[in-house]
Design a binder for this molecule. Structure first.
Ligand code: IMP
Ligand code: MG
Length: 179
């Protein structure tokens, strides 16, 4: 049987990820106590982060998901495809967008505009990873797990052509033959 992690290099261990998420959960719970926020997970990439983050949230809240994507292989297409809408009404609600990773910021910008148009009371962003060196962002990223280099990473929900999402840590792809 072929080992799943062949050709990958460990970048962030599951232990490091979980301990950072515990801290983020405490901060978010504190910031949103008595606000009954809606956590809006962006599928597919955020499913593992969302699941672990939610277990650290100690205040009343609601959870929903939407499905969009902008990536093909290792490149952003710069164009968002909307695949599945949320069923929750976010009018006048505090929304926390939960992303796996912010790279160019295109997806986050799109989601912020969408929440603004739906008249959310406040819009915050929690991302597990932020690729460094992003310039000209005209929005605030409120909660960041780790700021990372601009290399392509997989695992913990993040994919390369839909593969590697099931890994519990985050890895760099070392082997150029991985497709
Ligand atoms: P953005 O719109 O360019 O900020 O990209 C956001 C989306 O691209 C994320 O939600 C991911 O699905 C995907 N993405 C960006 N960088 C990576 C990466 O290094 N590994 C896996 N997916 C990535
Ligand atoms: Mg993706």
């Amino acid at each position: 049987m072929k080992e799943l992690k062949t050709g990958l290099k460990l970048y962030l261990s599951s232990k490091k990820i979980r301990s950072r998420i515990d801290k983020l959960g405490k901060i978010i719970s504190n910031d949103f106590s008595n606000k009954n926020p809606i956590f809006l997970g962006i599928m597919n990439g955020s499913f593992m982060f969302m699941s672990d983050l939610m277990k650290t949230i100690s205040i009343p809240c609601e959870i929903d998901f939407i499905k969009i994507h902008s990536y093909k292989g290792k490149k952003s297409t710069g164009e968002i495809r909307y695949l599945n809408d949320s069923t929750l009404d976010i009018t006048d609600r505090h929304v926390i967008i939960v992303e796996d990773i912010i790279d160019t910021g295109t997806t986050a910008k799109y989601l912020i505009n969408m929440c603004k148009e739906a008249n959310a009371k406040s819009i915050s962003i929690a991302t597990l990873l932020l690729k460094s060196g992003l310039k000209g962002l005209n929005f605030n990223i409120n909660y960041i797990g780790f700021e990372i280099t601009r290399e392509f990473v997989v695992g913990y929900g993040l994919d390369y052509n839909q593969k590697f999402r099931n890994l519990d840590s985050i890895y760099l792809i070392e082997d150029k033959n991985i497709k």
